[in-house]
Design a protein around this ligand. Structure first.
Ligand code: BEZ
Ligand code: FE
Length: 288
């Protein structure tokens, strides 16, 4: 029988460079929960393959351990550096894509991000969400509909965006009014929504920690293209977590967290003589 590197069952259990994957995975107990066993065995296999492929040096391994330690140390109730790491490596978007495959025509999901706050005020349709008086006003308008174009009544549309200086209210609790650029809107029988916010601006993700240092050393910028966040929930439909992006933004094709999808780039039209400077029309299509 020919032996294939790393797949032979280790007879004794001593670890060698050649049998590393099989030796580690053979330690797993017999009664491990099946999904956990599958995920961990695959993780070990790919990790070992990676270490072998790049022939990781001792110094590089120590650097990686130090990097992960610092990533953990900077985390707090308000700061989640590990999610930022996942976002900037494209893992968050890949998990999101795998878990939100939708039929053609349905609005696509994108990354949730760290700045959503549960409990934003429920506002009347047409209300203003921008409370700091900064930025260029924009009317956001459209419908929440099903895949056959029928309006969805009672959809809760939770929206949030940065202010004109590129910060969310929670990043500047002493500067911005509470709930600035946030609100919840509930659709009526016609499925229509409308609210007044600002034309969002592009902003850097928090880059003063290990992830920012990683981006800089990889020659990557930390910017996200301008966007409005939406989370839409309606009984009998899949939850939609998405953004609309401002067409023409400089960072549309280099989003630091890979969140842009072509179908989510929305029109932002200049309005002459209206109540707002801009208007953005977008319909959200939910799937059962
Ligand atoms: C955001 O769009 O709010 C965001 C998403 C991922 C990482 C950082 C910020
Ligand atoms: Fe954002």
């Amino acid at each position: 029988m020919t032996e294939t590197v790393n797949t032979q069952t280790p007879a004794i259990g001593y670890f060698t460079e050649e049998n590393s994957v099989a030796t580690v995975n053979a330690r797993m107990g017999k009664d491990v929960e099946p999904r956990l066993a599958t995920v961990m065995a695959s993780l070990v296999k790919h990790l070992h393959h990676f270490v072998r492929e790049v022939e990781l040096t001792q110094a590089e391994w120590e650097y990686a351990v130090d990097f992960l330690t610092k990533t953990g140390q900077i985390c707090s109730g308000e700061r989640q550096e590990f999610i930022l790491l996942s976002d900037t490596l494209g893992v968050s978007m890949l998990v999101d894509a795998i878990n939100n495959r939708r039929p053609e025509g349905a609005t696509e999901n994108t990354v949730f991000g760290p700045f959503h706050v549960e409990g934003a005020p429920v506002r009347e349709m047409g209300d203003k969400i921008c409370l700091d008086g900064k930025g260029e006003s924009c009317l956001f308008v459209g419908r929440v509909i099903d895949i056959d174009g029928r309006p969805i009544e009672g959809a809760r549309i939770d929206v949030w965006s940065d202010n004109a200086e590129g910060y969310y209210d929670v990043q500047q609790p002493d500067i911005q009014p509470k709930w600035n650029n946030r609100g919840v809107f509930v659709t009526g029988a016609d499925g229509h929504y409308s609210f007044v916010g600002i034309r969002p601006v592009s902003y850097p993700i928090p880059d003063d920690g290990p992830v920012g240092k990683m981006l800089a050393s990889l020659g990557r910028h930390p910017y996200r293209p301008a966007h409005m966040h939406y989370m839409i929930r309606a009984d009998g439909f899949q939850k939609l977590v998405t953004h609309t992006f401002v067409g023409g933004d400089t960072y549309l094709t280099s989003d630091a967290v890979f969140g842009v999808k072509k179908t989510l780039v929305a029109p932002f039209a200049r309005v002459d003589g209206g109540d707002t400077l801009w208007r953005s029309d977008f319909d959200f299509v939910l799937v059962p």
